[in-house]
Design a binder for this molecule. Structure first.
Ligand code: CTP
Ligand code: C5P
Length: 387
């Protein structure tokens, strides 16, 4: 057994400036509007470059100036980024152009960004300062997901879509929405390789990278919640935060796309099941996800996962197809609890925000893609000249 003296010496060494210096602190920044699993995957990769991850999030004013109106306000965006499990610290109101002073102020060793190009309103690379100072590293952008695409999908969900007869709903249309949007809403026929791409392919590897992969500890209080968790938003986040405070291990059961379609109506879900799985797994309050959970919380499900408590928020509980209560079993066992998230936001309300500002968002989408296409043309012509 090590002596007390050597233990003390070791902890003193741990505190030495040399040791402290060894900790690598990574800086990442962005708008993180309607935080999606592409953002989460960038943050996951960013964290791997070092030991801790500081994330600068731009203010509404900065985003309005350089990109157009954000869907989420800054308080919502700060909160959403804080909830991503790879983030150690959020820096609010971070400047749009990353400066060396910012890196110094937060003691960050370098900046990481996805391998796409971000520019200011007047076309300047937002990372030119850190690139010149060789304090810039790149991670791989996640293809097939972007705020632009999600906004596009939502713009297709009009009031008349909501009123569509149930029989007319073709299940395939749920998955096809994003394809249609990518072909219709962004204007130019040539697609930007970044925001113009609209097909995400989920692999088992990606799920493994996002998952905790841990079993509950003996004696842990296991909580089960189920739902659509579509377009993972602040209302859902507030709910999960409250749920997590009630137990030790939170399992989220995600309903299949046809199930969500049955009880939420035409054109829902906006994100397919695999996309929803990744969004929920990125949340620090979630321990495990059931991919395609049954709508009814069955005795088998409760026994299999050794569920101590089932929770649901204050939103209405839609009955099962046969009209029964999906929570009848946990209620019978005295293991059902209503959780007040304190946040009235729903996926439908986000869609309403977007539809209300439809023209602004359409213009924003078009502008962003045109800007990216111009950058692509420039990079290609540079490549041709040097090649
Ligand atoms: N990012 C990524 N994959 C995506 C979308 C974003 O890796 N599909 C990364 C960006 O490269 C950046 C970080 O997420 O490093 C924050 O991005 P943000 O400024 O919010 O990004 P946008 O690129 O504008 O994201 P989006 O196109 O979804 O609006
Ligand atoms: O609507 P959805 O199925 O995604 O909801 C998942 C869970 O989150 C439900 O229990 C719902 O009541 C809860 N919720 C909440 N507050 C919100 C939105 C959802 O408590 N603002």
């Amino acid at each position: 057994m090590a002596s007390k003296r050597s233990d003390d010496a070791r902890s003193a060494a741990d505190m030495s400036p040399e040791k402290k210096k060894k900790e690598i602190r990574v800086w990442m920044d962005g708008c993180f509007d309607m935080v999606h699993f592409g953002h989460a995957n960038a943050l996951r990769q960013g964290k791997q470059f070092g030991d801790s991850l500081y994330v600068g999030v731009h203010s509404d004013e900065e985003i309005n100036k350089h990109k157009g109106p954000p869907v989420y306000n800054e308080q919502e965006r700060y909160k959403m980024v804080r909830a991503i499990k790879w983030v150690d610290q959020v820096v609010e109101n971070a400047p749009y152009v990353t400066t060396l002073e910012t890196l110094e102020e937060y003691n960050c060793d370098f900046c990481v960004h996805g391998d796409d190009i971000t520019t200011t309103a007047d076309g300047q690379d937002t990372y030119h300062l850190v690139k010149t100072a060789e304090k810039y590293k790149e991670c791989k952008r996640t293809e097939g997901v972007s705020t632009t695409d999600l906004v596009g999908r939502m713009l297709l969900v009009t009031k008349t879509h909501h009123q569509q007869d149930k029989d007319e709903i073709d299940q395939a249309s749920v998955g096809a929405i994003s394809k249609v949007v990518s072909e219709s809403s962004s204007g130019p026929s040539t697609k930007s390789p970044w925001t113009g791409v609209s097909q995400f392919l989920t692999t088992s590897r990606k799920i493994i990278q996002f998952a905790e992969g841990k079993d509950p500890n003996p004696g842990d209080k296991i909580i089960y919640v189920a739902g659509a968790f579509d377009l993972f938003h602040v209302g859902l986040l507030d709910f999960l935060e409250k749920v997590a405070a009630e137990g030790d291990f939170v399992i989220v059961g995600l309903h299949t796309d046809p199930t969500v379609n049955r009880y939420k109506g035409a054109n829902f879900p906006i994100m397919n099941l695999h996309e929803r799985v990744l969004s929920v797994l990125a949340c620090r309050y979630v321990s495990e996800v059931v991919i395609g959970a049954p709508y009814e919380v069955t005795p088998e499900l409760m026994d299999h996962f050794k569920v101590d408590m089932v929770c649901h928020g204050k939103t209405p509980i839609m009955p099962c197809e046969d009209g029964s209560d999906p929570y009848a079993e946990p209620k019978k066992r005295g293991k059902f609890m209503v959780i007040e998230s304190g946040n009235p936001l729903t996926t439908e309300m986000i869609i309403e925000r977007i539809i209300k500002h439809r023209l602004d968002f359409e213009a924003r989408n078009k502008k962003k893609e045109e800007k990216e296409l111009k950058i692509m043309e420039y990079l290609k012509s540079k490549e041709n000249k040097t090649g």
